[in-house]
Design a protein around this ligand. Structure first.
Ligand code: ADP
Length: 209
């Protein structure tokens, strides 16, 4: 994040004199406390300074990279996932391909009659089936999907970074976001590599670091 000249001055004062009150920082800059308030709020939110009630401001000593890491570790799956696109386990491969095109997704989640997750279908699963000779309307998705318990999934409250690690380690494009109910999984979202990329871009654009 680009700091203003005044914000840099504040950091230098706190570095040298912390813990120091807002009043005292203002005095040193010959400004009023009210004038400084937005700068102090920004520096505290961005993590450069720490404010303790009745004590004052401390310099956290964190580098830009450490602050970026801190912010990354706060992101949750619930704020970044997309809506899930599901097909019934009785659907056929032709239907699944059509759904992929119509919904513009690369991964479909397969659910049973009770709407519980039973499988995952990717582009390659369907391509593999398509290069065979059979009529795609004769191939039920449940015979070509990746099924439980092999499915990697995440939950809304998981950290985005943990979900991203699962995508990378398992070399897959998407995770179903599930809500667990006893033994079954309800699909409540879809977390893709695109979602993670968007979060990364947003983090830089918002410039919280
Ligand atoms: P693509 O087939 O387009 O390269 P993936 O890399 O996501 O897409 O899928 C590769 C394989 O991993 C496929 O066989 C797919 O069924 C399986 N797969 C995809 N997502 C998951 C998941 N969340 N859990 C387990 N297996 C998955």
């Amino acid at each position: 994040m680009d700091l203003t000249h005044r914000q840099e001055q504040i950091i230098e004062i706190v570095k040298g004199n912390g813990p120091i009150t807002g009043e005292n920082i203002a005095e040193q800059l010959s400004l009023t406390r009210a004038t400084l308030r937005p700068d102090l709020a920004i520096l505290t939110m961005a993590g450069f300074l720490d404010a303790r009630p009745r004590v004052g401001y401390f310099y956290t000593g964190k580098t830009g990279t450490e602050l970026l890491t801190d912010n990354l570790k706060k992101l949750k799956v619930r704020n970044y996932h997309s809506v899930p696109v599901v097909v019934n386990d009785q659907a056929n491969a032709y239907d699944a391909i059509t759904t992929m095109f119509l919904e513009d997704v690369g991964t479909l989640f397969v659910v049973d009659k009770q709407a519980s997750l039973v499988g995952v279908l990717s582009r390659k699963d369907l391509l593999r089936t398509s290069i065979g000779q059979q009529d795609l309307t004769d191939v039920p998705v449940h015979i070509i999907m990746t099924r439980l318990p092999k499915i990697k999934y995440c939950e809304k409250d998981d950290l985005l970074i943990d979900a991203a690690i699962k995508l990378i380690e398992n070399q897959i494009d998407a995770l179903p976001v599930v809500s667990q109910d006893k033994q079954s999984f309800e699909v409540v979202g879809r977390l893709t590599k695109t979602n993670v990329t968007k979060a990364f871009v947003e983090l830089v654009k918002n410039d919280h670091v």
